[in-house]
Design a protein around this ligand. Structure first.
Ligand SMILES: *Cc1c(COP(=O)(O)O)cnc(C)c1O
Length: 380
């Protein structure tokens, strides 16, 4: 018999920890502590809670892996992994990582002697760097933020695995429904569940998935010893959110695919970046590695910093805000928001000019989003 699909598994999470009540949805277990000797082995919520376990079982199930560990945010999940390293270790990182990941490496863990080296993983010479430097760990995300560079995960994992170097893939932009880092050979697949997994912009969370039991023990240890655990209520919200992940993504991908093409045809747009478009530099890799192009679009507008900012503010159905992955559409102007503190020459090197905008496409009616964008573009 066929195993249930990911949509089914995200809805039928199994264990509710309240078997006598017939409850269809699991309750929230806010208790900080548990009577010693209980059947499920709970003792204190920092080291485990029924709501963590329920969410962990759903996330492991949709990722088709043995273990998932939940944390209070994506950054907590990143902290849990990096805190397994020691002074003198080297992390080989993709140069285009999420800003908070860069800050954590450069402004926090560097003080404890954890070193980083930054490479462009779309450049095949980066594979030689793995062999030459023999880093302790490799860190990447794909597609990258905000320019949606697509990185060949399995090619990097093949080289890394030959040298027994663990590879961490931040899979936040795709989730397990669109991209499978563990199947490509990664040791750890990390997600900020704040984004698509929860999908409603009302809770923060993070998770690390793996098939490696030693890494799982490391993550459980980090959850309790570093105090990185989530709140039971946030886990409950995220467990509710993930039930509609495949439905939401389906709509978001349809909307994003159409809007990327619409934007590209407009006279006020210089270029559009979307992984599944024919003009994306790694379209064929994206199509082999991802089940769909996702719901993030990056574009460059024919406008200066003020005109681009006004464009963002003039949209009705796209709130100008950081974050992504919710049912509501958002627009981000990296030059004045996420990358405001980055020196302008570095921004130019990264390709983040004043006219670049990043859209997180939501579940609204396509026609409304399209009309909204056209109206604002025509005024540019
Ligand atoms: C948002 C995000 C994170 C951090 O997650 P938080 O839940 O905000 O701590 C990490 N990586 C990526 C790619 C993200 O988009």
């Amino acid at each position: 018999m066929r195993a249930p699909g990911a949509s089914t598994r995200s809805i039928h999470h199994g264990q509710s920890f309240a078997p006598d009540t017939g409850t269809v949805m699991p309750p929230v277990f806010p208790s900080s502590t548990y009577a010693h000797g209980n059947l499920e082995g709970f003792d204190y919520t920092r080291s485990g809670n029924p709501n963590f376990r329920i969410l962990e079982s759903v996330l492991a199930s949709i990722e088709d892996c043995k273990y998932a560990t939940v944390f209070g945010s994506g950054v907590s999940a990143i902290t849990a992994i990096v805190a397994t390293l020691k002074a003198g270790d080297l992390v080989l990182c993709e140069e285009n990582l999420y800003g908070c990941t860069v800050r954590l490496f450069e402004q926090v863990f560097k003080k404890f002697g954890v070193n980083t080296k930054w490479v462009d993983f779309t450049d095949s010479s980066s594979l030689d760097v793995i062999t030459k430097e023999r880093p302790t760990m490799i860190w990447l995300e794909s597609p990258t933020n905000p320019l949606l560079k697509v990185i060949n995960i399995s090619r990097i994992c093949d080289v890394a695995n030959a040298h027994k170097i663990p590879v961490v893939v931040d899979n936040t932009f795709c989730t397990a429904l669109l991209q499978r880092p563990l199947e490509a050979g990664a040791t750890l697949s990390l997600t900020s569940t704040t984004k698509y997994i929860n999908g409603h912009s009302d809770a923060l969370g993070g998770a690390v998935c793996t098939n490696n039991s030693t890494w799982h023990k490391n993550m459980i240890f980090a959850q309790k010893s570093l105090g990185l655990q989530p709140s039971p209520f946030d886990c409950w919200l995220i467990t509710r959110g993930v039930k509609t992940l495949s439905l939401r993504l389906e709509r978001q991908v349809v909307n994003a695919t159409a809007l990327a093409d619409q934007l590209a045809m407009h006279d006020s747009v210089n270029w559009v970046r979307y992984p599944f478009r024919a003009d994306h530099p790694q379209q064929s890799l994206a199509k082999s590695q991802m089940k769909a192009g996702g719901a993030i679009i990056t574009a460059s507008l024919k406008g200066d910093i003020n005109q681009t900012y006004s464009f963002c503010k003039s949209l009705k159905f796209f709130t100008m805000a950081e974050s992504l992955g919710g049912v509501e559409s958002l627009i981000c102007h990296p030059a004045t928001m996420t990358h405001a503190s980055v020196p302008s020459e570095v921004k130019v090197l990264l390709g983040i000019t004043d006219s670049v905008v990043r859209f997180s496409i939501g579940c609204e009616d396509l026609e409304d989003l399209n009309n909204d964008l056209h109206k604002a573009l025509n005024q540019l």
